[in-house]
Each structure stands twice: as structure tokens, then as C-alpha cells.
Design a protein around this ligand. Sequence first.
Ligand code: BLA
Length: 513
Amino acid sequence: MTASIDLSNCDTEPIHIPGQIQSHGFLIAVDSNCIIRFHSENIADFLPNLPPNLLGRPINDIEPIIGANEPPDFINQLISFGRSNKSFDQTNPFTTDLQGRPFFLIINESGPLYLLEFEPAESDMKVDLQRMVGRSVAEMLSDKNLKNLLKNSANQVKNIIGYDRVMIYRFARDGHGEVVAEAKNDELEPWLGLHYPASDIPKQARELYKRNLTRLIANVHTTPSRIVTTVQLSENSLDLTHSQLRAVSPIHIQYLKNMGVESSFSISLLYKKELWGLIACHNYSPRFIDYKARDSAKLIGQILSSALEFRQDEANKHLQEKYNAAVDVLSKNMLKNNSIEEALTLPGNNIMHATDATGAALIYENTVTKVGNTPNNEQIQKLLAWVKENIDEPLYYTNELPYIYPEADSYKKIASGVMILTLSAELSEYIIWFKPEHLEIVQWAGNPEKNVEVAADGSKIISPRNSFEAWSQEVSGKSEPWNDEEIKSVSRLRAEVSYAITQKAGAIRMLNE
Ligand code: BLA
């Protein structure tokens, strides 16, 4: 099924139904009557004494083998309990004994079926998780500053799970991502500040990470185990969205191998139910952390998510207040000042401050008045001629002007983003805001020639380093997007300017009468 997936169509790979699992555990799927409908082929590696032909048998037949010390019918009881509570959170993980080894049984729903996943109940982490998480949370939240909060969180996750590199990876509105905090072993080169294109974590993967908040890839070198069934549907149809053992997309396995990463673990960070980012952890040797350890990491992620949500709301409020204050001063000055033009373009507080633009121009009564960093008058006039021809909306904005209006390519460093407010199309009166190209030149630490990954046919190999290059090309000619608060602020300014113009027109009429 994955044969036709290549770098250009990653987001079509059905990664929730891979038809196989990672082989550090095994899976059985039963229907609502507890009849075995699917199981992974590797079940015999864990349980050599199984009866033949498991498919179609009631789970009770093998209960003495998968739960030697449990009461008969324990799986049925666990499922009934979860079903009546509409959640398996209370019983996951259920500790059981397999061949004298402790295992965790984790139950989740998959459509009308129930996934029973068994994985070793042993991490290489000999720590008191509960104590550690408590301490970590206190440490994490000790600093109100966003940058420090993120850095502390990366440090604490590294403390708890001990991976070689822990990054906080934040998604931007256009889907690309940036490493915004990092805790790593000293010998590793830093990736802090690097940006990656949206396609590195395709859409369907993000959807899964919103629903299943941790993702362990224990060992990129193991062979996945196929899931077998007699169900009439294709074996690939067992939905593993909520599975712990879901096998990994071969493309992503290759990506990890290209980086030398042998195990990865990620924890979702949500903001108002959307994926804000991931805590992405890499280990340069295989690594298995058990369900309880993953659950502790998930808790850290949830606490960080709520701290982020609170701060994001504060930040939006702060932006809104800042723009509001600027527009208040502008409207006061317009009413006070004889000239609208002067009131809007005074140094200190002018139209630019109603947004986070780095330049703005007022085109009013046949005069162009510029503030901050802007294209020259001729370029502005040409842009306006294009606007007249092509744009109908009274408020138009883009963060990739050179792609829509190629003339702008020559001044993209000043104006990859524009927001254009038409005051009067008839009189050709406008306010334009400009934002520069957002290409930050971030240098790789260490030798840039090291690890240049080129395949035998000369093509680039997928890895964060090459992705970073790809991202740099992708964002050429693009600015930071215009945020909702900026759009609201400019709409408010439009109302204030209209009001001031009407007031003045009224005053002039009265003088003439
Ligand atoms: C998944 N890609 C992921 C994940 C991360 C990244 C963090 C989550 C799974 C995990 O924790 O390993 C990407 N990892 C990164 C990035 C950095 C990093 C950007 O460390 C930067 C520091 N990936 C590609 C391309 C495709 C692709 C081109 O680069 C598709 C053709 C696919 N990535 C891909 C898929 C998944 C994925 C399918 C889902 C894997 C899964 O959960 O099964």
C-alpha cells in the first residue's frame, strides 16, 4: 500500500492503517463478544504455548496464558468496565504476567473492535516517576517568560525520560515548524532556531498526534510484525489511530535513519484543541520507555499545553491592547490636527503602530507619505495601479506578494507582506502596510559540509538538515503572516479615519456657509 508514496505525496499515506505493528509488543483485536478477529504475527514470539488458529476463538481460550494470575474472564470485565465508563483511562495500563515477565495490557477502541496491546512493563528508567514529575512541574512553571518556560520544559522532559536530544518544535500558521527550545547532550550540534517545511510532518500525522498524544518509535532497525485476520475486509483496515504499537511510515523511518536517530518519542502540545507543537525526543541508540513513563511525559505535555494556552491568550490580549492604544492616539490626533495626513504619519505614533508592520505609506490627496521601511514612490504607485486593476476587497492582505505580483520580487526584503486598505478607490486614497521577507539566516553549528546527504542518484536525502534548506527556499519572498489582531486593528482604524474625514468635511462646509 505504501509503494506509491514518495516525497511529493506524503500526506496521502494512510498511516493509521499500516497493517503492522512495532515488534516490541504484540496486539490482539477482539470484537464486542470478545472473539479474536485480528492479531499480530509476532504473538508466538512472546507466547510459545498458544493453541493454533487463534482467529475466531474467544479470548477466554487464551486467558490463562495472557493473564496467569488473573481471574477468568478478566479481559471481558476490563472491556465492559471501559465501555460503561466510555474510557479505558482508569484501567490502562493493566499489569499482567506473561511467562514470568510483567507486561502492560493497554486497551483502546478501534471502531467496533477493541485493541489489546501487550508491551513489557519495564523501562530502563529506575526512577520514582511520580516524585520526579511533581518536581519537574514545579521547576517548569517557575519562570513566567515563554522562552524560559519552554527551555525548562525541554530540560525536565530530558531529565525524566533521558533521551539524547529533546526539542520543542512549534508549528507556525502556515504549518512549517521551528525548534524553539532544546535540551541535548553536549556533543550534539544544536538545532535550536532551525525551521522545517510543513511536509516533514504531514497533515494526517498531525491529525493522529492530536488524538493520540504520545508516539514512541522504539527502534528504527526492527522489522515490523504483520497483523493477520480472517475478517473479510483487507487486513490493512484495522484502524490503529489509538494504538500504542502502530508501525511507522517507512518514509519517516528512513528520515530518522538518515539523521542517525534510532529511537524517537514525541509528545503533543495542544492549543485550543489544535496541535501547537511537539516535544520531539531523539535517541541515538534504540530506546524503549514503558507506558507509565510515556504517560508521565504526556502529563508534562498537558501541563505545558495549558501553561502555553494561558500565555498565548495573554500575548494576544497584549497585542490587542498595544494596537488599540496606537489607534486611540491616531484618532485623537486626527480630530485635533488640521491635517489627517500629518496626524497619521507623525514620528512616534503613526499608522505603522496599528500593526507590527515595519513600514507604511499613506496615499491621500495625491500625496504619498511614508513611514518606516517602504518601497520607493514609483514602486508604490505601480503597486497601486496593479491593485486598482486586480483587487476588489477594501482590505486586502498577503504575506507572499512577490508570488502574486512579481514586480515586488525586487523589493521583497522590504515588502514580501502587504496589507492594503482602500480609503477611497475613486480618489485613489489608500493606506499600505509592509512587512519584510521572513527568511532568517540561521547558521548550522559545526562544519556545514559534514553530513551533506546526497543519494547515489544525486538527489537530496530527507533529513532535518536538508529540510532546513528546503524551508529556506520555500519562504523566500514570504513575510510573517498578518495576525487576526492586526486585521481587527486596521478595520478599526478605517472606521476612525472615515469618521475624522466626515467631521472635517462637515467643519469645512460650516465655515463656507
Ligand atoms: C512524523 N516527522 C514526524 C515526526 C516528527 C517529524 C517529529 C513525529 C514522529 C517522531 O517523533 O519521530 C519531523 N523530526 C521532524 C523534524 C525534526 C525532527 C522536522 O526531529 C526537526 C528537528 N517526513 C518527511 C517527508 C515525509 C515525512 C518528506 O520529511 C513524507 C514524504 C513523513 N513524518 C512523515 C510521516 C510521519 C512523520 C508519515 C508520521 C510517522 C508516524 O507516526 O507513523
